[in-house]
Structure formats: C-alpha cells, structure tokens
Ligand binder design. Structure first.
Ligand SMILES: [Zn+2]
Length: 913
C-alpha cells in the first residue's frame, strides 16, 4: 500500500528546475505537413509500416504477456526494445499527419503495452527471475520509457507517464541502495543507455531517485565507455573504450545532465564527441558507423546500420538544440535526404539493416532475419527504428527560442505552432527542394500581424546564396546575399503572405576519397549525394567511364525528368565523363530501389584533395611555446602531388599569420609561438584544387616543456637506469623487475624482468596509426618454453596489438595484430646473455625488424592501424591474462612517432647507453 502510494507520488512531484535550458526548443502545439517526396515517404511509412506492423507482428506485445509462460521464449537479448522503438517512431509520425486511424492504432498500442506491465513495473519480455538483471533488458526499458514519455508529452495521458515511472522505479529498486550496480547487468553501452531515459524522467517529474540512479550509472561509465572524461579530454569518439553505436544514446544523457546541473563539463564533453563523429565517422551518405561502430574514418565499406544512423540523428538533434549551431541542422539535412531516406524502401514496406555507400539495398527482414521469431517475422532492431528517422523531422524542421522560430527544413511543407508569447504562427515552404535549389519560397502565415525574429538556415554548402523579401520594403529592392553556414536572421512585423525567397547554390560539389575510396569521388548537388544506378544507364558499373573531377566541380549539372517510373528518383542528372562519354546519376536515396547494385564513390580522374581532417593538437589540448607538432589525420591514397600547408595566427591578430609548407608526411613542427590562444587550420592543395580543414583554436602554454625534434616524437623515453620510472611518459605500474647491469657492464644500467609475470606498463593516450617505432637494448636471460615472450607489446584485446617485439623459439620477431589479422616479420636468432639493440619500425605499409642497427626482415602491413591500445607493456603483455613474460634485461628503451629514419636507428644502435 505504502509502496503504491510512493509510486503514485513519484510522478506528481512536478518538473525539475532546469539549471541550463537548451538554446532551441520544439515549438508548442507544432503541427507539420510535408509535401514532395518526403510527404510521400511519410504517408507510405504510415500505410505500409506503422499501421500494419503491430497487427502483422503481434508478438511485439505478446512477448510481454508470455514472459513467464512455458516454454521459455528464445529471444534476442534486445527483443524488449521492439515495442519502445516502434512507439517512438509512431508517436513522432503523429506530429505530421492528422490521420485518425494512426492515432487510434497508437493509442490502442499504448493501452495494451501498459496492460502488459507487470505489477512491479517490469515492461520487458524476460522471465521474472531475470528482470532487469541481464540481456539488454535495461536498454529495452530505455526505449519503452522514451516511447511512453513522448506519448504523454503529446497527449497528456497520465497512465503512460505512470507506467514509465513504474518501470523506472523498478530500476531504482533494483539498483539503488544495495550493492548491485547497473554495470553488473553486462552489455554496458546498451544497458547504461537507461541513463538517458532516467535523466529525462527526472526533468519531467522532479523525482530525485531517477537522477540518483543516473548519477550512479555516470560512475559506472568510468568502467566502460568513460564518455564524460574522454570527451572532456578531447579524445576522438572512435578511440573511446566503447565506440559502438549504442553508446550514442548514452551520450544523449550528457545533454540532460547539463540541463539539470548547469555543469559545463557535460556539454563540453558532448560537443567534443559529437564533433569527433561528424569529423571522422559520418559517411558521405550522412550515415554513421562502419560495422556498427566508429572506426576513425568514413571510407570503410563495412555495413552502415540503420539503427546507427538513427542514433546519430538523435544525437545531432540534441547538438542542434544545445548549441543552435546550423552545422548540426546541415548534418540532419544530409542524413535525412540520403542515408536515412535510403534505408527506407520507397514503397514504405521495409527498411534496410545496412545502407552501404556502394552496394545493394536489402530488407532488414532479409539481412538480419536471425532476429525474427514466430509472431514477429518482420521485427528487428532496424525495422522498428528506421521510421524514427522520418519522425525526427518534427524534432528539427522548425525549432524556436524565446525570440522566434528557426526554420531548418527547406523542402515543401507547412508548419503551424505557437510562439513564446502565445501567438499562433505558420510557415509555408514551397518549391522542390532538394531537387530545385533556385527558388525556395518561405511564406509567413501568422494568425494576425505579429512581430518576431525569424531565422532561416543557409546551408553550409551553399556558397552562393541570395534572398529577397516580398513585399519588398526599404531601399534594398534587389536580391541580397546570405552567408553560408549561418542562420539568416530577419526581425520584422510579419503579415499574412509576407515571403522570403531563397536562391541556393546549384553547383556540383566534389569530395575525393582516401583509403578504401582512394581514386574515387563523391558528388553532391545541394544536400543530395549523387549515385550511379545501372537502371538509368545503358552500361554497368564496370563500364562506367571515369568522371573528370576538374570538369565536374563547380559545374551546374543538367537535370532530367525520369519519366514514368514506379520509383522515380528525387533527382536525375547527366554529367559529362571522360572518353567523351556521359553518366546519369540519381540521388542516393533513390538509387538501388529496384534491387540493382549502385555506387556513390565514383571512378574519377583529376580529383581535388580529399577533405583535410585535423588530428593534433586535439580540441582543448594545450601546447608548449618551444616546439610543438601539428598534424592532420592520415591521408593514405591521396592523389600524388598533394602539398599540405599549416596556417596559424594568434587569435584576434590575423596580421601575425604564419604559413608553413611541408614536403611529405602529415606533421608540422612549429617553434616560437607566443603564449595565448591561436587559431590554426591545414590546407591541402594539388593541381586541381584545394581543400581546407576546419579552423581550430589551441592554447600555447609556455610552462609546458618543448616536444622532441621529430614532431610528437618520443611518446615514451625509458632510461631504465635501475628504475622503471620514465624520462618521458607515464608509468602505470611495474612488477617483477629489478635493477641490473647495463650493456657496458655498469651497475644499475638496466632493468631485469623475471619472466614470471614481471612487466612494466606505460600509458599511451593516443596510439599512433601510421608511423611509429619501439627500440632499445635487450639481453635475454632464457628463452621461454612452449610459449612466446613479449619484449614489448601493446596488446589490448584479441586481434588488436598495434606493435609487439616477440621472442618465439629463440628468435626475435616484430608483429602487429589489427582487425583480427596477424602480421609478422621473419624471426632473427638471438644469443642468450648478449646485449643487442633491437627496433620494430612501422612506417606506412611496412613493418621492419632491425637488429644491431641493420634492417633484417620486413612484413607488409596495413598503411593505417586503428587500435584501441592505451597501454604499452615492457617485458610482457600489458593486458593478456596468460603468461607472455620476458626473462632478461632491457636498457634505454623508446617508443616514438613518427618512426625514426633508418640512419637514426643505425646511429642509436652504434652508441650503447
Ligand atoms: Zn538495427
């Protein structure tokens, strides 16, 4: 009785005070109606998916009712998410349709969902003894709570709010006040995403326990994804310990925690991680993930999962509302019109699991059919989640701040809502965006004349944008220019019919590829990525003539009418190609809709430089005044003849700008920078064109010691004179190592490792990727029997060891394990008790083993090694549970990036310490 009373009270405390509200909000009483292809896709989603899905997949709710019946159902661990993800998509869809049948279907679904809730608040499909303790059960509840809260927000349905609270209360009873922690439920990035639902629920109800549990999960993060601290340190998202897509829903909690606490660390960390994904891991399609996670570059041909793109869009909605940065709205526009729309079949009947940059579209019920069960033949993580991508239009198309509306969506649509002061307002957008860029007409429909600011997104890609107001007022009778990548801000008293007419840049944009996409280009017109689909051409992919990047860039493509077609593309253009040929390209979302293989990375000649992505110094990192390195991300596969230049100036003093060119490599060494804040960027230039990075601030702190001559240089410098303490670097711990004689016989000239689990571990914050070396003196005391021994190793998990120097069968090897593949040099025999200088050097596609200063053997390795290594073990494997320890002495050992030249290795080997 008391418990029930407490449950009821939990939902009645009223909203919590917000210490730092978001800059942009969803307008009150928002109603949207979309025209054009988006309107058709939304309608088909309703007719072909949202209405029939719960009927043709009755197990979506039946699995909750059958949870404690026999036989125990054999469900995928995430099955509990299906109802929640479906509900989120369906409620969002209600914002953009007035259809009663959908409203009734969703209302009925919510009723049945609540009826299926167990007495203790449990809303999942697993047996009683397992409730919230394992599987992806907390993750499932996160999605169900999200759906119920959205429904409550739109309808005021108190039962839905109460059900969400009861589910959260069960989580609190399970994980607060005892010794059990959320991290114990396993699958941490999935189950810990509940933190986002808890933080929203706290904001809406003021119930402190929800925030308390959220804070406990925040502590658990440190043992898994460590998002807050990694983000604050400016670490790239793909380098964090849990770079899978589910983590993005954890990251969303950072925004809620910022709202409730006002603590800027949350928003800073969030913005850094969002920018990292946008910079490195967002594909040309606006899709996110390579094989379900971030990998540090967008060129990987691995699957781009629909759930991952949806999570990225949800994260980006938060970024837009947190910062009002129009770049976030540009990202949503890109994802929406390409990757997201491409994951929906134009019939509306199915969604993909993967929407690759090049490949075919398969229904998720086809490629991940392993998730189907009796009663849920069409259900999988993506089929229920993809429709949220359309629904999210209501989260970003139009937003407001206290001064007035922000229009982000430029396609044909009507938005009606209420301004902050309560006056009704409407915006009508007409035209054929994104196919037609020459005229986007934005007509105001206020209920009565009203004065308000209006901000209209000018896309970052629209370098040449013009606008005019109708009726024309004031002396500026002609068209005016608007700046790309900003909000065009207009404040006036708006009358019904007042219009703003935009003309956007129609020119074709070229983006060159690197790595797996080297030698190819992507083309854009407006927000649309263009793609080759053989059904619009008389030849197949293998006979496609290469495009001429120089001729295509900046040209205005000839637009064609597709003619009568079951699945007409949004855009069809003809572009001139080499060999006197031409190629017809359609929009990416329209490509492959009949099952033919399509391609968005197109063969090309004369490509301009690929985008330049900054590496070090990281966002927020301080550098010394004496000597510091600046670098870009690896550019493997860049067209020959590319030159890089660094441009740096003290903030506010562009007259003191310096420009530095380098011949080769990707690292600039700069000396003599004045203290204080500087702005820097790096440009790439070739005969065809140029490409510039973003401009990034960096703080110069004269108190920091200068970096070494080779750039970032020595990451570790270990004198090992009777102690494991580094000269440069960070010692994590040491065991089983004692001072011993050095190569010249001097006392305490080395450290001797016991070969019985002894090792020293050093922290490497960002393991280098394309050029690095480990080198030092060793004297083996005995060779291991029946196992290998690591002189050094950076192993962090199976298939991921970016460098090791290994002894096996009395021979020395240099080795790399990457993405599950193993690379090894030949073995070089060693003599027991004899000092010898050894070096393992990874430079570009080559791994070399040097002994006594001479290169003895090499192996072919990948140009770029992406690794999660954060520890370097000396005398043993830093993390592996089995024994791989080295018995012998090690003197003066270094780990460096970039790799020293062969001549340097020879010199070092010639002068023992
Ligand atoms: Zn999925």
């Amino acid at each position: 009785m008391l418990a029930a009373l407490l449950l009821a009270l939990a939902c009645e405390a009223g909203p919590a005070a917000e210490a730092a509200p978001l800059l942009l909000d969803r307008p009150r009483e928002l109603r949207l109606e979309f025209g054009g292809e988006m309107g058709r896709r939304i309608d088909r989603n309703i007719d072909a998916w949202l209405l029939p899905a719960p009927i043709s997949n009755p197990g979506m709710l039946e699995m909750l009712r059958a949870r404690d019946r026999k036989p125990v159902p054999n469900l995928v661990p995430w099955a509990g998410e299906f109802a929640g993800k479906y509900l989120v998509s369906a409620v969002l869809a209600l914002d953009m349709t007035s259809r009663r049948d959908l409203r009734e279907r969703v209302a009925g679904f919510v009723r049945e969902l609540i009826e299926a809730q167990a007495e203790d608040g449990y809303l999942g499909p697993f047996p009683k003894a397992e409730r919230l303790l394992g599987h992806w059960d907390l993750w499932g509840h996160y999605h169900v709570i999200l759906g119920l809260l959205l429904w409550h927000e739109r309808t005021g349905d108190a039962d839905a709010m109460a059900a969400a609270c009861r589910a959260a209360d069960l989580a609190c009873r399970t994980y607060l006040g005892g010794s059990r922690r959320v991290i114990d439920a396993g699958s941490p990035e999935m189950n810990m995403a509940l933190i986002h639902g808890l933080a929203i629920l706290h904001r809406k109800t003021g119930e402190k326990r929800y925030l308390e549990l959220a804070r406990e999960i925040e502590k658990d993060w440190e043992g898994s994804g460590d998002y807050l601290r990694r983000g604050l340190a400016g670490q790239e998202f793909y380098r964090t310990p849990r770079p899978r897509w589910e983590s993005l829903h954890d990251l969303q909690a950072l925004v809620e925690l910022r709202r409730s606490s006002g603590d800027e660390r949350y928003s800073k960390s969030f913005e850094n991680l969002w920018r990292s994904i946008a910079r490195l891991d967002r594909h040309n399609t606006g899709g996110f993930s390579s094989g379900e996670q971030a990998v540090g570059h967008p060129y990987s041909p691995l699957p781009i999962e629909t759930c991952c793109t949806i999570a990225w869009m949800a994260l980006t909605v938060d970024m837009l509302r947190l910062t009002a940065d129009p770049r976030a709205a540009d990202e949503l526009d890109l994802s929406t019109w390409n990757g997201m729309l491409g994951s929906q079949h134009p019939s509306g009947r199915w969604w993909t699991y993967s929407t690759p940059m090049d490949g075919v579209r398969e229904a998720s019920a086809h490629s991940i059919v392993f998730q189907a069960r009796a009663g849920t033949s069409e259900l999988n993580c993506c089929s229920v989640n993809g429709p949220r991508g359309l629904g999210m239009l209501s989260d970003w198309a139009v937003l407001v701040d206290p001064s007035g509306p922000f229009l982000n969506y430029l396609g044909p649509m009507t938005a009606r809502f209420v301004l902050a002061d309560g006056s009704p307002f409407g915006i009508e957008v007409s035209g054929t965006y994104p196919a037609g860029l020459e005229t986007v007409r934005i007509t105001m429909r206020p209920g009565a004349d009203v004065e308000t600011a209006l901000r209209v997104r000018v896309p970052g890609w629209s370098a040449d944008t013009w606008y005019r107001l109708e009726p024309v007022d004031g002396p500026a009778a002609g068209a005016l220019r608007a700046d790309a990548g900003t909000y065009l801000a207009l404040r006036r008293r708006w009358r019904d019919g007042d219009a703003l007419v935009l003309r956007l840049d129609e020119r074709t944009r070229v983006e060159a590829g690197l790595r797996e996409q080297a030698g190819r280009i992507s083309l854009y017109r407006g927000p649309l990525l263009l793609a080759f689909d053989p059904r619009w051409n008389p030849f197949d992919e293998d006979a496609m003539p290469p495009l001429d990047g120089a001729a295509v860039a900046g040209s205005v493509a000839r637009v064609e009418a597709p003619g009568a077609d079951a699945f007409p593309p949004i855009l069809l253009v003809t572009l001139p190609a080499t060999r006197g040929g031409s190629v017809r390209l359609c929009d990416f979302a329209g490509a492959g809709s009949t099952g033919r293989a399509y391609r968005s990375w197109l063969p090309a000649v004369n490509a301009p430089p690929a985008p330049v992505i900054l590496d070090r110094p990281r966002p927020g990192e301080a550098i010394p005044a004496g000597r510091a390195a600046f670098s870009v991300r690896p550019r493997h596969g860049a067209a020959p003849g590319e030159r890089l230049s660094l441009h740096i100036a003290p903030a506010g003093d562009s007259a003191a700008k310096r420009a530095i060119e380098i011949e080769r490599g990707r690292t600039f060494v700069v000396e003599g920078l004045a203290a204080g804040e500087h702005l820097w960027r790096i440009e790439a230039r070739n005969a065809i064109g140029a490409s510039a990075s973003e401009t990034r601030p960096v703080r110069v702190d004269p108190a920091l010691p200068p970096q070494s001559a080779a750039g970032s240089g020595s990451l570790l410098d270990l004198p090992l004179r009777g102690t494991a303490e580094p000269g440069r670097g960070e010692l994590e711990d040491v065991q089983g190592a004692l001072p011993a004689a050095g190569p010249g016989g001097e006392a305490d000239g080395s450290m001797k490792f016991d070969g019985k689990g002894g090792r020293a571990r050093y922290r490497i914050h960002d393991f280098p990727e394309d050029g690095y070396a480990a080198h030092g003196w060793i004297a083996p005391a005995s060779f291991p029997e029946g196992r290998i021994a690591q002189v050094m190793s950076a192993w962090c998990r199976p298939g991921d060891d970016p460098l090791r120097i290994t002894i096996e069968g009395g021979k020395l090897f240099a080795r790399i394990e990457s993405n599950g593949r193993r690379f090894s040099t030949e073995g070089v025999p060693l003599e027991l008790g004899r000092w010898v200088h050894v070096a393992a050097v990874k430079a570009g596609p080559k791994l070399a083993l040097y002994v006594s200063g001479a290169e003895r053997t090499t192996a072919d390795v990948p140009e770029v090694i992406e690794s999660h290594a954060e520890l370097l073990g000396l005398g043993g494997n830093p993390l592996f549970g089995g024994d791989e320890s080295f018995h012998g002495s090690i003197a003066r050992f270094r780990f460096e990036s970039p790799a020293p030249a062969p001549e340097e290795i020879r010199k070092i080997a010639a002068s023992p310490p």
